[in-house]
Design a protein around this ligand. Structure first.
Ligand SMILES: Cc1cc2nc3c(=O)[nH]c(=O)nc-3n(C[C@H](O)[C@H](O)[C@H](O)COP(=O)(O)O)c2cc1C
Length: 179
């Protein structure tokens, strides 16, 4: 049995859901999983884990600064352990190049080059945004030519099957002999 640590950054909550989904999937394989909300915490990666999956979402072209700080602080351990990055954005739905660009920027900033990277679509959570954020996100969505403009509801784009496959692949990699 392996122990997997899943620290995450989430502003509106979708990446938190993805992190919990990954944890459930890890447990379904008979392993242990623990998620950790990195927001506002000066987190150090605890010992005793066999793998780490860091999840973060993108706002204004960047992953959460506190996730960047966490990764910088724990670079040594992340390099030593099997580790993965899950990047959550909306660009991944039609602008893969931008989605990949966010990850490149994150890797440059942190110096961490995870062996596994998963790019997943997040959500438009209109009902949770304040007025300004709602207007901003509606405008961006409209400018992209999308019809998802009903601000009385949310639009969740995360493809859970893909998250499941990513988790399964990561776990399979742990079981495989090194080299
Ligand atoms: C204010 C704001 C800015 C955003 N900026 C970007 C962006 O620059 N690029 C992008 O692909 N997605 C952007 N998004 C979409 C988020 O990545 C998406 O909503 C994601 O699900 C947020 O994850 P979270 O709920 O875990 O914070 C933005 C969302 C908001 C609300």
């Amino acid at each position: 049995m392996a122990k997997i640590y899943i620290p995450y950054g989430s502003v509106e909550g979708q990446t938190a859901q993805i992190a919990e989904y990954i944890a459930e999937r890890v447990r379904a394989h008979g392993h242990q999983a623990e998620t950790a909300d990195l927001k506002h915490s000066k987190h150090t990666l605890p010992g005793g884990y066999d793998g780490v999956i860091v999840a973060a979402s993108v706002h204004m072209g960047k992953h959460e600064g506190f996730v960047t700080d966490f990764v910088k602080k724990n670079r040594g351990e992340l390099d030593r352990l099997p580790s993965a990055l899950v990047s959550v954005s909306l660009a991944v739905r039609g602008d893969e190049q931008s989605a990949e660009g966010y990850v490149e920027k994150f890797e440059e900033e942190t110096g961490w080059r995870p062996a596994h990277v998963g790019l997943f679509a997040g959500a438009l959570l209109y009902t949770q945004y304040n007025f300004l954020k709602r207007q901003l996100m509606k405008k961006i969505t409209k400018d992209e030519g999308s019809l998802d403009l009903d601000t009385t509801r949310d639009y969740v784009y995360t493809e859970w099957d893909g998250v499941q496959r990513f988790t399964d692949d990561f776990l399979a990699g742990l079981a495989a002999p090194a080299g």
